[in-house]
Design a protein around this ligand. Sequence first.
Ligand code: UDX
Length: 433
Amino acid sequence: MTITFIGHGYVGLVTACVFADFGNKVYVVGHTPEKIERLKKGDPIIYEPGLKELLEKNIKAKRLMFTLNLKNAVAESEIVFIAVGTPPKENGEADLSMVLSVAENIAKSLKNDFTVVSCKSTVPVGTNKQIEAILLKNKPDKLKIAVASCPEFLREGTAIYDTMNADRVVIGSTSKRAIDLLVKLHEPVCGKKIVTDLASAELIKYTSNSMLAVKISFANLISFYCEKSGADVETVLNATGLDKRIGRIFMDPGLGYGGSCFPKDVRALISVGKNLGNDTSYLEAVEKVNVLARENFIKKIRQHNISDKKVAVWGLSFKPNTDDIRFAPSISIVEQLLKDGFKINAYDPVAADNFKKLFPPGNISYVDSPYDAVNNVSALLILTEWNEFKQIDLKKVKSLMKKPVIFDGRNIYTPEIIKKLGFRYFSTGRQPI
Ligand code: UDX
């Protein structure tokens, strides 16, 4: 099949690479010449494990083409995927301006008798109907189109695996011809195919991301109870999670959810709810707990009175295996620490360059190793659970620090072991040591 992706963010780029790898001819359309040039040369722009190799392989095989020319790519394609951003507006609503203007451009570029236009961007209920109306208004009379909603569920860090081995493939459309084409395209993808209407497909995506955010906030809420009551959050959640109806996955307490999806999608679902006249206090509470998780962490640091205000930060990305810092807990925590007059040595395996754009070097020194970060500081703050921190030589870490104090926002260490090593240890939902 010949297909086009408009947009080369995580969703567009990874999915395009995967479909090219399955043997399809895939165009990826962007609008920044510099980025398209980099992509053409096999530079994925973003850090995602395995993506560079997949990109290079499929460019070499001439199955994957990057272009600024939307018109030519769309004219040749049986399926066009819209995969552009839907950033949150001030009021929490998803900003659909890019999606809708792309729809108009697609309509004006159509050449095939029949083209499926499928939206992979996360959009509120009703958006695909809007896309359909724009396409019908702007397309040449003789040509037929069908609209489909195909939300994406990939996680950063495991994006390629998730795309090839999805838990489910959701295809929302009222056109049998579009459904047949999309089912065929997704044949090599593992996972149940759910064929449904447009509105349900749109809502499935928001429901999934918000449900996961609910689980995380609930785990954080329970961690507050544990800290004040003397209970141990890991024991409580492990035991609770053994109930198969609940499960333990996505119930890790810590610094709350970040990234490009959960914060934006919970907000957008609140906004959709308001527009529909629904009560949105449940989801607002989820957001509130997410903020409290970070505030609780800062509170512990303040209570400790670090006299020389020199700390190390390990981990800046919103989660491991990505250089993405969008809505990362590190942002609000570092912001607060700087306001409080702290000097920070920061280390992250891949996200430091992105972080520097927000916080240029000055009161933050960016260093190349976790050991350099802890040199002569009075506390270590763990903000992202990168693997390399989990079995690091803690004796060496202690020997380098001025004072052996750890604030662990991700509960990566076992308190008993840390205690034996002689650290003071403040983690989440567990008693301080
Ligand atoms: C998420 C969804 O998982 C994915 O299906 C969707 O397509 C896009 O959004 P992603 O944002 O890449 O993926 O990251 P995810 O692994 O879901 O983590 C999101 C945030 O939640 C991270 O900040 C992470 O640290 C946090 N998290 C996750 C917790 O705080 N506790 C957990 O138990 C799990």
